[in-house]
Design a binder for this molecule. Structure first.
Ligand code: DQA
Length: 141
């Protein structure tokens, strides 16, 4: 089984981006942690990041067609994009929504998610370990 780990806008800048909010781990660290936990859990991972909404929607369509489970950190699109939600709604395998930060402890516009009600699980505020938890969950789902 291959778990797709899809990251949206600005997540490629982890490590330099608002380290007080997101920590000092880089995007390369995120990829390495996902690959490490996937190996321990006996699944494959394909970790991607894009700043382009159409590319994200295309990846979600591909995941829907392949029947792949998805871990999605849609970044700011979480709070704004009906189009990303509509693409994620087409998935047949489980979707896990992940946020590095605790979005509920931040600005009120981050309290709304277009994804949470279509997700099998939501992980917030655990940093990279949120991705690890999501991979372990999908490996036994
Ligand atoms: C984020 C939270 C979002 O509100 C924000 O726009 C991001 C990152 C997180 O991982 O904590 O880009 O998804």
């Amino acid at each position: 089984m291959t778990v797709l780990v899809l990251n949206g806008p600005n997540l490629g800048r982890l490590g330099v981006r608002e380290p007080d909010v997101y920590g000092t781990a880089t995007y390369a660290d995120l990829v390495a942690r996902c690959e490490e936990v996937a190996k321990e859990s006996g699944v494959e991972v394909d970790v991607r990041q894009t700043d382009t909404e159409s590319e994200m929607i295309g990846w979600l369509h591909d995941a829907a067609d392949a029947g792949s489970p998805v871990i999605l950190n849609a970044g700011a699109w979480t709070h704004t994009s009906v189009a990303v939600r509509d693409a994620a709604s087409q998935l047949s395998a489980p979707l896990v929504e992940v946020h590095l930060s605790n979005v509920h402890a931040r600005e009120s516009f981050r309290h709304t998610s277009y994804l949470s009600d279509i997700a099998a699980a939501v992980v917030v505020g655990m940093g990279l370990e949120g991705y690890a938890a999501a991979i372990r969950f999908l490996a036994v789902s």
